[in-house]
Ligand binder design. Sequence first.
Ligand SMILES: [Zn+2]
Length: 186
Amino acid sequence: MTKSNVSRSSRAKAGGKAALEPCACCGISPDPRGRPFSITFEQPDVISQIEPELLDTWGGDPFLAIKNVGFFVRVILPVKLSDGFAIDFGTWLEVYNEDFRQAWQTWNFPEYKDLEIEGYVANEIEPFDRFPHELVKATVRLPEHVPYLTSSEDETFTRLLGDTWPHAKVLSHYADLLKSEPPIEG
Ligand SMILES: [Zn+2]
């Protein structure tokens, strides 16, 4: 995985001087309004493994189809962290064609709230070990947000979604994106 695939983008207003003191252990301040951090993977990892001249895509973000590879929908992987921290990873779910079409068709309609799709997480996300190739379900929490990964029959994903993780272990991988003090000189 290259770090260039990762950003702090989120649709919400972020940044600004922290209202809370940086954590003594990791130097990262919690979000001023208590929201989860957002770290976004710009594209499925598989894209970096395809020769550019062979890459044939339809769509972009949040709906991406890659010819001869598969169908991908933008989702959020929410992870609970210790000491009041939390992080939402913007990632991609590789889904079946039928789920892709259903998501695309309902995305901007009232039926979106009942959308359920299932697929495979398409990014490796540090510091977690490479994810097993197991189905994870995504459902809608808020109509204005992309679907959230919510459950899986797989034990690794059940722990990932249910446990509270030591915050420094997770956030230290993204510290360069999360430390908010601007430099003194440009
Ligand atoms: Zn800390």
